[in-house]
Structure formats: C-alpha cells, structure tokens
Design a protein around this ligand. Structure first.
Ligand SMILES: Cc1cc2nc3c(=O)[nH]c(=O)nc-3n(C[C@H](O)[C@H](O)[C@H](O)COP(=O)(O)OP(=O)(O)OC[C@H]3O[C@@H](n4cnc5c(N)ncnc54)[C@H](O)[C@@H]3O)c2cc1C
Length: 397
C-alpha cells in the first residue's frame, strides 16, 4: 500500500498496517522531518490516544506517553479581564474504563517517535503530483520528480491542501475559516514558571477571548513527563530524540475582519519581531496585565503565522482504490483540538478495516467503503461542532 504524507495520520496508519502484516511505503514532500515549522503543542484525548495505541508498536506508544505532559484535564475560557466564561472537561468523546487522556505532547517529538521503526519505508522529498489507475486495477502514484510507485491502494494523508483529495473529490473544497494566528512558545524554567500566572497551569488549554469580532489568546502548557532525550536513551535499543525543554504554547489570533489583522499575503512575510508587534497591537489596551507578563516572555524566534482552513461537508462517494484520512478529508479549525485526534482515529479504523479478512483479499475496496462510511459519520459532525464553537468564541466564519 502507498501512504501519501508523513504527518501524524500517515505515520500512524503506516505503523498500523505494518503491525497487521501489510506492506506499506510512505511518501512525504518535505526533504526531512525538520524542513518547516510543524507547530508545537498537540493535545490528544480519547480518540487520538486510542488510535495511536491501536497503530503503534507497544514500546513506541509507551515512549510517546512517557514524554507527554498531563496538565489538569480542563479547558478554560476567559474574557480579557480573566473572568471565567466557561470551564469544562477537555473534549474527546466517551471515556472507556482504561482511558488515559488527555495529554499534551510536543508535536515534533511525537512525530520523531512515530518515524522510528519505519526505516527506509518513509521516502522524504517525494511530492505527489497525481495518481492514475492501471488496467490490472492497481493504482500508480506519480511524483513531481518523475518517480512513480504502484500498489493495491493509495491513501491520501497529505493534509489540508491534499493533492489526492483534489483529484479524487474535485468538488470537495476546503474553506478559509477566516482566522489568522501568530503561533509561538514561552520557554519554561523554574524561574519563568514561578513568574507566570498560576491560572495558565490550571487547565490543559486556556482561551482568553474578546468575543467573535475581537482578538484571542490561547495558552497550553507542555511540561514533559520525562524529557524526550532521557526517555529515548532508556529504550532498548536506545534512540536519539532531540532535546527539548518545557514550554507554554502561546497563540494570538483574530478574525480576518479585525482592523489590525493584515491580509495573509502580508502576514506571511512579516519577520518574527513584526509578528510580535502585531500580537501586541491585537492584545493592546484593556487586556489584563497578566497577558502582557506572558507576552514579554514569548520567544520571538519561535513565532510563525497561520491561516486556518475548514472542510466543507462532502456527500458520500463511491469507494475505490484511493482513499483519504485526516485533514486531507476533514480539516477543521483547532478550536476543539480534535483534528489530529480524528486523523489518528482514522488511522486505527482504516488499518483495522484493511486487515480484516475481507480487506486482506485481492481487492481492498469493500474495506475502504466500510471505513469511509464510518469516518464520514464521526468526523463531519466534529468539523461542524468546531465551526459552531469557533464562531461563538473567536469569530470563525
Ligand atoms: C494551531 C493549531 C493547533 C492544533 N492543535 C491541535 C490539538 O491540540 N489537537 C488536535 O487533535 N489537533 C490539533 N490541530 C489540528 C492538527 O494539527 C491536524 O488536524 C493534524 O495535523 C492532521 O494530521 P494529518 O496527518 O491529517 O495532516 P498533516 O499533519 O498536515 O500532515 C500532512 C503531511 O502530508 C505532507 N504532504 C502534503 N502534500 C503532499 C504531497 N503532495 N505529497 C507528499 N506529501 C505531502 C505534508 O508535508 C505533511 O507532512 C491543531 C492545528 C493548528 C493549526
């Protein structure tokens, strides 16, 4: 099988298929895992952790968990004066008795761990441009550098601007969610942790919002259970994980209609200190002094801009030899922190379906159809829920 995209969804699927004895190659456009900013914190709850556990070898799943932080499992929404507007248990669906979540992971560390054990089956520097159907029923992936690869099935795990989706479901677009973010980190050491307001550490994620037309600030602590480099060394055989210290992920956002928010073409060209100035303007007069204490400690070099997209609902389609998982089919705004959770759930569902006796035969189409039908049922309601919550809280369109 061929997986396009070595993000969280694609890597989980590759592990899930290998565990079940299915031969798989992953093709990723980036030249190497650190080629571009991937973001910082990622919160996984029941669906994501269950998908991850189902796909990864047990030792790698334990390695992931050992590096994750476990802040209080609450999400807090406050206004610019810090008055609490809502305080709820972190999202994530029904809890099973052995539920672990939620956990706060460092995304680059999680991705590094998920690359372990796949060896030379992950091909970097391979950008899919198109695919074609062969007369024997198989499908061929065609890459921008002229390479091709043929298999029984192609899975598009290639994210929000998926080339696979564009060819498979040309009518299924993604929409601009009308939100722009400046995303970065506040590094934590003992001194900084004491200097920061305690409310930052009382929830797994806190949003301060000035309402749907105003700016917002999102904060999520990532305090490692065990430092990744130490967890890696404790494994048999030991693995090298890049050292990383605790931090608070910190994002400042606003809707596109906000008078201080530039067009994305201008936002993306701002240098880090320009992004910082913009964030300070967005959270100018009237915000609680704690907000400024926090932004004073933002690591300017860590800042980068983001445009948020969301998928339009897709009517059911005929299953075939090409399918989709994750943001490639159901991109959603980060408001509920469910995008990666759902991508990992997809990976578990699809690898299980393909390993069933029906999916193991010559033709995987029935297994693909069963997966797609379930996925549409659980994923698109979450996209809609993210949009509703985003509209109410932070001015998503
Ligand atoms: C600020 C922010 C915070 C978030 N926080 C959370 C959170 O806390 N919890 C949560 O569950 N979700 C969160 N999300 C959502 C989450 O990041 C995504 O849903 C998740 O990364 C989707 O995983 P994926 O594997 O489907 O796609 P991606 O992670 O986007 O991976 C796609 C991969 O495909 C590759 N690719 C793209 N095109 C091609 C091509 N043509 N050929 C080959 N390779 C290609 C890309 O380089 C990439 O490596 C957040 C999103 C944002 C923006």
């Amino acid at each position: 099988m061929i997986v396009i995209g070595a993000g969280l969804g694609g890597l989980a699927l590759a592990h899930g298929l290998r565990r079940r004895g299915v031969d798989v190659d992953v093709y990723e456009r980036d030249a190497h895992p650190g080629a571009r900013p991937q973001g910082y914190r990622i919160q996984l709850d029941e669906p994501g952790l269950t998908g991850l556990r189902e796909c990864l070898p047990a030792a790698l799943f334990e390695l992931c968990l050992s590096t994750a932080g476990a802040p209080p499992a609450r999400v807090s929404v406050r206004n610019r004066h810090l008055d609490v507007l809502a305080d709820r248990a972190a999202a994530g669906g029904a809890r099973t008795p052995d539920a672990i979540g939620p956990r706060a992971f460092d995304r680059p560390t999680l991705r590094r761990i998920m690359l372990l054990g796949l060896g030379d089956r992950v091909h970097h520097g391979a950008r899919l441009s198109a695919y074609r159907h062969e007369t024997d029923g198989r499908v061929t992936a065609c890459f921008a550098d002229g390479r091709t690869a043929t298999a029984e099935l192609i899975v598009g795990a290639d994210g929000v601007n998926s080339a696979v989706r564009r060819q498979l479901l040309p009518a299924a677009g993604v929409e601009d969610a009308g939100l722009r973010l400046v995303y970065g980190r506040i590094p934590l050491d003992d001194g900084t942790r004491r200097a920061l307001p305690s409310w930052v550490f009382e929830s797994i994620f806190t949003v301060l919002t000035d309402g749907p037309e105003g700016a917002h600030l999102g904060l999520g602590p990532v305090e490692f259970g065990t430092r990744p480099e130490r967890s890696g060394r404790a494994l048999t055989p030991p693995v090298d994980l890049p050292p990383v210290g605790d931090y608070v992920a910190c994002m400042v956002g606003a809707p596109t209609g906000h008078p201080a928010m530039p067009a994305f073409e201008d936002l993306r060209t701002l240098p880090p200190d320009g992004l910082r100035d913009l964030a300070l303007r967005l959270l100018g007069g009237g915000w609680h002094e704690d907000v400024h204490r926090l932004l004073d400690r933002w690591d300017t070099a860590s800042l980068f801009p983001l445009r948020i997209s969301t998928a339009a609902a897709v009517p059911a389609w005929e299953p075939g030899r090409v399918t989709l998982i994750g943001d490639a089919v159901h991109a959603m705004s980060p408001v509920l922190a469910m995008g990666a959770n759902t991508a990992l759930r997809d990976a578990g569902e699809l690898s299980r379906a393909l390993a069933d006796p029906a999916g193991r035969g010559e033709c995987p189409v029935r297994a693909v159809g069963a997966y797609e039908s379930r996925m549409r049922d659980y994923a698109f309601p979450i996209v809609a829920d993210s949009r509703r919550t985003g509209r109410r809280r932070v001015g998503q369109q």
